[in-house]
Design a binder for this molecule. Sequence first.
Ligand SMILES: Nc1ncnc2c1ncn2[C@@H]1O[C@H](COP(=O)(O)OP(=O)(O)OP(=O)(O)O)[C@@H](O)[C@H]1O
Ligand SMILES: [Mg+2]
Length: 270
Amino acid sequence: MTTDHSLLVEELTLGYKDRDVIDSLDLAIPPGRITVIVGANACGKSTLLRSMSRLLAPRSGRVLLDGQKVHRLPPKKVARTLGLLPQSPIAPEGITVSDLVGRGRHPHQRVLARWSDADDEAVAAALEATETVELAERPVDELSGGQRQRVWIAMALAQRTDVLLLDEPTTFLDVSHQVEVLDLLTDLNASRGTTIVLVLHDLNLAARYADHLIALAAGRIHASGPPDQVITPETVEAVFGISSRVITDPTSGKPLMLPIGRHHDATRTG
Ligand SMILES: Nc1ncnc2c1ncn2[C@@H]1O[C@H](COP(=O)(O)OP(=O)(O)OP(=O)(O)O)[C@@H](O)[C@H]1O
Ligand SMILES: [Mg+2]
């Protein structure tokens, strides 16, 4: 099954005050696939995701969702199709986990029939999927960093959008929860055809889970395509300024990048 919404960025320029961060960018998100954006700190990944989800207006160019300019569409209409989990979301003070996750349902609620069985079901399923059921009545402020991150993911899942953008969803998560969240998103993509766009810093997880990988450098696309074409020592050097070796991950057959710092030897074999 696939939902096939088209999401296109055309000649998009974004910036803050007197500085451009993204410069005339063209980008097509493959519908029904998992796209992962990687790039150095401050290269513009979050800025791009914010603009793709309508939160940041373009200086020039456009973001097209199913052919329509997202910045011209009503926010609730966009939010029924496209959800964003920002990098550092802020919860209202004192809110409980179940109330926060319930806010993911706002785009689906009408003025009169405020809360439906479908809302209940979506919230319960999101809590279950993120293993946060037992946290439901706790205030979000009192959770650990990793628990809180899973609650935000639950909120994004409860929105049940066909397109889901997640900015560093694995931050704060231990290794098992990182893999669990990425497996969950892969399941969602497989079962519902959800188009998923992720920003990740772990290149090896990015290579494992991405159908399509985009390496962003200084607001431009340096390389894009399947992981084995993007994760190369040349791209890693150009995008992150570090030398590396790339071998084949024995568990996935995908590229595995080993960074080489100043204290390690690039030529060592055993
Ligand atoms: N609200 C803002 N006002 C002014 N400048 C901003 C704002 N948000 C981001 N920037 C600047 O825009 C540039 C790109 O920031 P952005 O958050 O998009 O980077 P990023 O690629 O997501 O980095 P990271 O990997 O650290 O999350 C940075 O130089 C940042 O300082
Ligand atoms: Mg960011």
